[in-house]
Design a protein around this ligand. Sequence first.
Ligand SMILES: Nc1nc2c(c(=O)[nH]1)N[C@H]1C(S)=C(S)[C@@H](COP(=O)(O)O)O[C@H]1N2
Ligand SMILES: [Mo]
Length: 308
Amino acid sequence: MLIRKPEDIPSSEITPEREYLNRRSFLKLAGGVGAIAAGGALVPRLLHGALVDDQPQADTPNSWDQITSYNNYYEFGTDKADPKANAQNFRTSPWSIEVGGLCNKPGHYHYEDLFKPASRVDRVYRLRCVEAWSMVIPWNGYVLADILKRFEPQPGAKYVKFTTLYDPQQMPGQRRPVLQWPYVEGLRMDEAMHPLTLLVTGLYGKPLPNQDGAPVRLVVPWKYGFKGIKAIVKIEFVDQQPMTTWMIAAPDEYGFYANVNPHVDHPRWTQAVERRIGEFRRRPTLMFNGYADQVASLYTGMDLRKYF
Ligand SMILES: Nc1nc2c(c(=O)[nH]1)N[C@H]1C(S)=C(S)[C@@H](COP(=O)(O)O)O[C@H]1N2
Ligand SMILES: [Mo]
């Protein structure tokens, strides 16, 4: 896996320039409405009122600056710039994770004992937020299955529940009832054990910045970004589907599965298209965020409109 450090990225890939170039080609095309109506290979089509680029495009990683300046992390504020501004002094060391529930090896595990650099993996994944924007992020982390196996889950464990730190002193957003704190997420056991699912501790080969979920966060690339719970302090093996923070906040808008699905809209907006941060034209959203080959079989026979 090739990981490029920010300084290795050619300036042509950095946002303002790319956006500028995209705008220029858009203006050229928009010169004739006929160009759009013709629908040829080189022109974008209109979908849900947005210009959508249907051509296969490279998944160039977003820049360090984009990934660390445009964040969702309500513990540090609800604006995209708040986490970077407010999380700088968040204490991520020492850190330990409490492991409990239906397993043979419960306990408090120190960060250093769980995450040994020798077994680190580097993966470039697309991240699709439920708000219909997306990024491409070069993560460094650990295959969740490898970590979970060490705790020896019992046969009765059907789901894994994850909990974020609760510390209103350090997390100013938790002083207001924006969400029910602490933030909770969950996966079905087979989703948690899938080889694509990671616990992430770094990006671009550097320690994970606080605004991205340091010291450890979940990444499940075929699901909406809100499943990727940050600053994890507890992992529990449970027999019932856990209630998650976003299900509590708005059960008709955010389901437990939260699989990226262009055919099931959010009640208030389309999920058919997305805006890649740094781009102007929207892209069509792909089933399971483009990971269908690897994960569709997890959901065989399930009605994905019901289990959204
Ligand atoms: N604890 C916690 N985890 C969280 C969130 C949050 O508000 N609190 N936001 C989620 C959402 S909505 C998204 S899209 C991703 C964003 O991850 P990023 O900021 O690293 O891009 O984090 C997710 N994890
Ligand atoms: Mo999100």
